[in-house]
Design a protein around this ligand. Sequence first.
Ligand SMILES: [Zn+2]
Length: 165
Amino acid sequence: MTKKTRLGNLPPRYGFMLNPYPDLRISSCPRCERKTGQRKIPLLIHIDPLHLIALNYTCRYCKDCDLLIAHKHEIEHLLTDLFRQHDPNVIGNDYLIVGTLEKQAWREGLAQPKAIDETFPHASDFATYYQELRVTRAGWYKSDQEPPIAEPPPSREWIKAEQSR
Ligand SMILES: [Zn+2]
């Protein structure tokens, strides 16, 4: 799924990157290599065909790059848990983490679920959407040899039911 229009009415905030490697802890920033911290923030996620949910999630955060990094397998685990209860047919659909939601709006949404168009006034799209993280495979290589890209593992939980059999 590609990003088309802006959804949030608030000014765009944060750079965003998804880490697809379950075992890779992002203790340093993939861009500037400085030490990362954490930031807990409601992420706004669009799931095909027409679901919009806010997930209060602790991202890795680089304050120098203003970059949030989310672990893909953790996000998919939380989404799977959520939809297993309400709408299991949605599990495995395409999704896109579009931006962030104000904490206050997220709290109100927990108490009283909001319509999609009530959410956008409190949402910010990401200012910069980086490609999913790729790292090279660890090991020794000859000086003229490019280390190969480590292929991230496929989704384990966020998959269509017929594929998991
Ligand atoms: Zn950085």
